[in-house]
Design a protein around this ligand. Structure first.
Ligand SMILES: Cc1cc2nc3c(=O)[nH]c(=O)nc-3n(C[C@H](O)[C@H](O)[C@H](O)COP(=O)(O)OP(=O)(O)OC[C@H]3O[C@@H](n4cnc5c(N)ncnc54)[C@H](O)[C@@H]3O)c2cc1C
Length: 482
């Protein structure tokens, strides 16, 4: 059901480090297959060497400089700069791409940045279709990129919103156990929250009612630092700040081919526009694996799109929910579960669930792209997911197709809700990276090829964490420029 990403591993198991996931993705990296091979075939890309992905470079201090270059390297770079239209081309104007553009203009003023976005404006996909929650970081295992960037990012996001007058609020949230079997997991989350230094408070059934009079549970945690924000507005502001600092954002620019020559990349859009750059940053979200192949790199994973469907509580009944109420996530699945969210504009959303989307931008069951669907069905990892999670998936499908079943599930947390109280609301689609063995990549995944940086897994809480993620990528991009 309504799912953002939670850690998909048993409690207590050590998280895979980013280098390890990158290594596994690299081990799974193959030549593009089927529909993707056709997509990757372009005059430029076919002549480029298929380079294996380098594991991510060790992170260094945010905002760091590129380091000392030798005179020969400087001369080479000067030649390459002269032959390029810009230094860095970023594909995708979601919150990650725009945060990266913003961070590059801050870390290395004067760097020529171009952002290419296929839609007519920013944030038209994941960034503009999510729960709008500033996550505290409580779910993510210590040592993971998610923990690091969410903990840093949640505080920064609130500060950024305050500074730029963007609607946001630190509301706190409840994570509620409704079944005895969930209590050990709830306690593990409390421990984790404390390890992360978060303000967490254990609640019994009576104390739950003090926060949420209509919510029922056996026990709960209150996390004080969770909040809500308008991430679409954040993305737009990041774009404006980047533009004011000299970056250029081109909308309606659908990148179709990518070629590589010594020292630079050349990107061609559907409209025939060519942009030559010294480095390329792929922030294409639901299309990031395809863009990686276009660039001649092998992603070693595939995006399997999972739609998250929402309902709104009717205005007459939205007083049933005061703030944010989440179930205890099931560690067998990488999603947080259907939650109740009072959004920044006052409306209450219920969702999202998690069902396979029949297109990468398949926001309803009617949207089917046969080529994309065939690509997913030809991918061994997709079958592994179906084999492992068929029971859970069947329940999700049932709740997607039957409003009554969905309402029954919500009633576990909010017994007073009825099907008549719920109205369908716009859905989102998650870009979930899946390895060939069916592993749902849990942590953020950023890899590098020669002159390229690919953001291959940026699911929730990447909107919360977008400022430190952007800085991390900016630092790598500046380093690539030498
Ligand atoms: C249902 C749902 C709920 C979520 N809830 C939360 C939450 O509460 N809190 C949170 O922190 N996170 C949440 N997330 C996650 C968050 O929305 C994403 O992590 C974040 O928006 C990712 O941003 P992005 O820039 O990587 O991707 P996107 O926003 O998808 O942007 C990618 C962009 O690339 C463009 N693009 C793709 N291909 C091309 C091409 N060939 N040429 C040009 N442009 C291209 C696309 O048009 C798109 O604009 C949720 C996600 C979903 C789906």
């Amino acid at each position: 059901m309504a799912f953002e990403q939670a850690e998909g591993r048993p409690e207590g198991e050590a998280p895979e480090g980013p280098a390890e996931v990158a290594r596994r993705a690299q081990a799974g990296a193959k030549e593009p297959a089927g529909a993707d091979r056709a997509a990757a075939r372009s005059t430029d890309a076919s002549s480029a060497p298929r380079t294996p992905l380098a594991p991510p470079a060790a992170p260094s201090a945010p905002g760091g400089s590129a380091g000392a270059a030798t005179p020969a390297a400087r001369a080479r770079n000067a030649g390459s700069a002269a032959r390029s239209d810009c230094d860095v081309v970023i594909i995708g104007a979601g919150i990650v791409g725009l945060s990266t553009a913003y961070a590059i203009t801050r870390a290395a003023p004067g760097t020529r940045v171009v952002v290419l976005e296929k839609e007519p404006g920013p944030a038209r996909h994941q960034t503009g279709r999510n729960s709008g929650v500033i996550h505290s970081g409580i779910y993510y295992p210590p040592g993971s990129l998610k923990a690091r960037f969410a903990l840093e990012g949640s505080a920064e996001m609130a500060k950024f919103c305050a500074e730029h007058d963007i609607p946001h609020e630190i509301t706190g949230k409840l994570i509620v156990a409704t079944d005895r079997a969930e209590l050990p997991r709830l306690h593990s989350l409390i421990q984790r929250g404390r390890e992360h230094g978060l303000p967490v408070r254990e609640l019994g059934p009576a104390q739950i009612l003090e926060y949420e009079p209509e919510v029922r549970g056996l026990a709960a945690i209150h996390v004080g630092t969770t909040g809500i924000a308008d991430f679409g507005a954040v993305a737009a502001r990041l774009g404006r700040l980047a533009t004011e600092a000299g970056a250029r954002i081109e909308y309606g620019a659908d990148v179709r081919t990518i070629g590589r020559r010594a020292g630079r990349v050349a990107v061609r859009t559907a409209g025939g526009r060519i942009v030559r750059a010294r480095a390329l940053v792929n922030c294409a979200g639901l299309h990031c694996d395809r863009v990686t192949r276009l660039a001649g790199d092998a992603p070693g994973m595939r995006i399997v799109p999972f739609r998250g469907e929402y309902y709104s509580l009717s205005p007459a009944r939205d007083s049933l929910v005061r703030g944010l109420v989440y179930p205890v996530p099931d560690p067998a699945f990488p999603f947080l579960g259907v939650h109740l969210t009072r959004g920044i504009h006052g409306e209450v959303h219920v969702g999202p669930n998690a069902v396979p989307a029949l297109a990468r931008e398949g926001y309803d069951w009617r949207t089917v792209r046969p080529g994309e669907l065939a690509g997913t069905l030809a991918y061994p990892g997709a079958w592994q997911i179906a084999r492992r999670h068929w029971r859970y998936g069947t329940g999700e499908l049932h709740r997607s197709l039957s409003k009554r079943a969905f309402t029954d599930a919500v009633r576990r947390l909010l017994p007073a809700v009825t099907a008549d109280d719920l109205t369908p609301a716009p859905a989102g689609v998650r870009a979930q990276a899946v390895l060939p063995d069916g592993t749902l990549v849990d942590d953020f995944l950023i890899t590098e090829g020669p002159h390229t940086i690919h953001v291959l897994n940026a699911p929730s809480p990447a909107a919360t964490a977008s400022l430190p993620i952007g800085r991390e990528i900016a630092e790598r991009a500046v380093r690539l420029l030498g």
